[in-house]
Design a protein around this ligand. Structure first.
Ligand SMILES: NC(=O)C1=CN([C@@H]2O[C@H](COP(=O)(O)OP(=O)(O)OC[C@H]3O[C@@H](n4cnc5c(N)ncnc54)[C@H](O)[C@@H]3O)[C@@H](O)[C@H]2O)[C@@H](O)CC1
Ligand SMILES: Nc1ncnc2c1ncn2[C@@H]1O[C@H](COP(=O)(O)OP(=O)(O)OP(=O)(O)O)[C@@H](O)[C@H]1O
Ligand SMILES: [Mg+2]
Length: 358
């Protein structure tokens, strides 16, 4: 199987797009070598070498820009048009399983027409008061939680499982049943936060399910790695690690969040380097998983024709990462160190228009 690693830098950096089989390529290696040779050529006044290297570098940069433009275009291709002919719900009915603990529910509002939240009974009033457009089902801690959620599954386009869910055994056992039902109905599912805690206990729940996307942060990624791989993680090769973890989980899509987001389906690694900020505050991951739930539905509905043959879920994940980071960037410009996730949510409209509206 040919493995491709496509690395995109948003701020004028390099890109490598190669068909090298069974290996992930360090995204910055080639650019660094060219830069080193270029410095040497300048230092030693070697004009022919200088000309060749300058050409290599300009081709390299041109490719990077072109591929980044391509990815932006692929995301634009999957975004549904806003028209007065559609009814409520056509552009996304998303379910969230979580939001049971302290804090607001995940910010799944970036583009979905309808958002259903399945939570524990005592969390419902808080969640409902957070936003009147949320449809809240306080069923998750009841003995018939799975059946209650199953009633709604046929009407949902995607499910986001985990943010603010907690790690209570009863809840997690219900979530296990909900995940089984979701898979049986072939519904896309984004798993984050405490949902990933459950997956680390029971990787078989998602193994090989091609409509699953996991969005681990640094710590959650390590937990998943320890659960499914016996070898130690190579901490100097992030691309290789995310590729390997995806393969070990049967090629499901994994988004490793961090200074740069790495997205893989075990065949390709996309890099999202959209400029965010240095402000890290709780809840940013929720904005990512929420918007990814919506985009996953859009991308799968649009199909590989609109994503130019690329995996729709990879395109959706890249789009959601780019959007989240841009929200962070715009909010940080206004609020600096005091930026909160609520400030980021307020930037979703502006960020979306800037990035993805044609
Ligand atoms: N809006 C909300 O309601 C939110 C709720 N959350 C809930 O809060 C609970 C705890 O979540 P945590 O994410 O703290 O998970 P963990 O309890 O697994 O703790 C992770 C720890 O790792 C640290 N960490 C995070 N990123 C790191 C990095 N890049 N390198 C090194 N250390 C790093 C954190 O500071 C934290 O101490 C979960 O139940 C989760 O669902 C969080 O997801 C945040 C948002
Ligand atoms: N060092 C960083 N620099 C820039 N952006 C980052 C950095 N770390 C994370 N991000 C971005 O922040 C977003 C959320 O990632 P993060 O690692 O904060 O998730 P999380 O820990 O799950 O968040 P949450 O507090 O919501 O649980 C992602 O889109 C990611 O790109
Ligand atoms: Mg998180």
């Amino acid at each position: 199987m040919g493995i491709r690693c496509v690395a995109i830098r948003a701020c004028g950096g390099g890109k490598i797009d190669t068909g090298v089989p069974r290996m992930a390529v360090c995204p910055y290696g080639a650019a660094a070598v060219v830069m080193a040779l270029l410095s040497a050529a300048i230092a030693f006044h070697c004009s022919p070498l200088l000309a060749v290297l300058q050409r290599a570098l300009s081709l390299h940069t041109a490719h990077a820009t072109k591929d980044m433009d391509n990815l932006f275009q692929l995301v634009r291709n999957i975004v549904p048009a806003l028209t007065s002919k559609k009814h409520k719900g056509q552009d996304g009915r998303i379910g969230i399983v979580g939001g049971c603990q302290e804090g607001p529910p995940p910010a799944c509002l970036s583009g979905a027409d309808l958002t259903h939240v399945f939570c524990a009974r005592e969390a419902a009033p808080v969640i409902k008061s957070y936003s009147p457009e949320l449809i809240v089902h306080p069923v998750l801690d009841s003995s018939d939680a799975v059946e209650e959620v199953e009633k709604w599954l046929p009407r949902l386009h995607a499910l986001v499982v985990g943010p603010g869910l907690g790690r209570d055994d009863l809840l997690l056992n219900n979530v296990r049943g909900i995940l089984e039902s979701t898979k049986a109905r072939d519904i896309p599912v984004v798993i984050d936060a405490d949902g990933l805690w459950l997956i680390a206990q029971r990787p078989a729940l998602v193994h090989g399910y091609q409509k699953a996307v996991l969005t681990p942060n640094h710590v959650e990624f390590s937990r998943l790695w320890d659960a499914v791989l016996s070898s130690p993680m190579d901490t100097s090769n992030h691309s290789g690690s995310v590729l390997k973890l995806s393969q070990a989980l049967g090629n499901i899509t994994i988004v490793q969040k961090g200074e740069q987001d790495l997205i893989s389906n075990g065949q390709q690694v996309l890099v999202c380097n959209q400029e965010g900020s240095s402000r890290r505050c709780g809840g940013q991951g929720d904005l990512l998983s929420g918007s990814l739930g919506v985009m996953a539905h859009w991308a799968l509905r649009a199909g590989p024709e609109k994503t130019n043959g690329s995996s729709p879920l990879l395109v959706a994940a890249w789009g959601a990462c780019t959007l989240t980071r841009e929200c962070n960037h715009l909010a940080f410009q206004k609020y600096g160190r005091s930026t909160t996730t609520t400030d980021m949510i307020a930037e979703v409209g502006a960020a979306f228009s800037k990035l993805f509206t044609t």
